[in-house]
Design a protein around this ligand. Structure first.
Ligand code: SAM
Length: 272
């Protein structure tokens, strides 16, 4: 296991659920996992995190309060799942603000999000793949995601796609699990690798999804590595703020005012 800020020997290129031997299979396997757990996702999320997940989403929304307060800001919650981050973001939007775009590639997850948004016109659910977003270059002021980025089949491709759709000066926020170091890390590893899959199995009646969760966190690049990847791709102000002793954390970055997609790709291809 790595420390919260440390590095791992073999950086992952993207999520690889069991038996997935290429990116297309990985994406399909991830979608099938979330399709399968969609009916129990909210219950298990709040149960397994003792509701701390709500606090983390609220904190992430607070971090972006300035851009959310601008009525015309174009905001995307990507990998929105059942929509809880979108709802936290909406609390920071002024009345009459432009609706938040909430996108996910799992239809059953998105249907649940749409149910939650139904009473309000401030969020638009969109079925879309994070690696092929149906938005124009430089069209968004804020791209934010909670616990979704880790599941992408290719992290670099995801960061490039977010860069493409962000306006110069636009901001990125990635809320993700992490593996804390020290005693906390040891206690957490026992909970995450043994207790959590057992509860997930009991409530969901399925084995694999809740053993995929700890495995995917274990394989996710540690904060220092992901920040370095963001920087190499041309993002500015790359930072990571740990939440709850590093169990989770928020990555933040900006598409520079003078940066463009070509320069980002060029920097990436020149990176060691
Ligand atoms: C752990 S859930 C997080 C949902 C929600 N953001 C939350 O905070 O609870 C991860 C979500 O990411 C979505 N996802 C994973 N890979 C995706 C991709 N390539 N494109 C779109 N959505 C994706 C899954 O379908 C799932 O709904």
């Amino acid at each position: 296991m790595a420390t919260a800020e440390g590095s791992k020997e073999m950086p992952a290129t993207g999520a690889r659920p069991a038996h997935a031997d290429n990116e297309a299979h990985a994406a399909q396997a991830v979608r099938e996992i979330f399709d399968a757990i969609a009916p129990r996702y909210d219950l298990l999320n709040h149960l397994l995190s003792a509701n701390i997940d709500r606090l983390w989403r609220r904190k992430a929304a607070r971090r972006f309060r300035a851009v959310l307060a601008r009525p015309q800001a174009a905001v995307l919650d990507i990998c929105c799942g059942t929509g809880d981050l979108t709802l936290a973001l909406l609390k920071r939007r002024p009345r009459g603000a432009r609706p938040i775009l909430a996108a996910d590639f799992s239809h059953p997850m998105l249907v649940r999000a749409a149910d939650k948004f139904a009473a309000r016109a401030e969020a638009i659910p969109i079925e879309a793949d994070a690696l092929h977003l149906p938005f124009r270059d430089g069209s968004l002021d804020l791209v934010v995601t909670a616990f979704g980025f880790r599941n992408l089949a290719n992290y670099e491709a995801g960061l490039k796609e977010f860069f493409r759709v962000l306006k110069p000066g636009g901001q990125l926020g990635i809320l993700e699990f992490s593996e804390p170091g020290g005693w906390m890390g040891k206690a957490y590893a026992i909970y995450f690798r043994r207790v959590l899959p057992a509860i997930g199995r009991a409530v969901c009646g399925q084995d694999y999804p809740y053993s995929y969760l700890p495995a995917s966190v274990g394989e996710f690049p540690p904060p220092a590595q992901l920040r370095a990847m963001m920087q190499a791709l041309g993002y500015a102000d790359c930072a990571w703020k740990p939440y709850t002793l590093g169990i989770a954390g928020l990555f933040t970055a900006t598409r520079p005012e003078n940066g463009n997609q070509d320069s980002a790709v060029h920097v990436a291809s020149c990176a060691p």
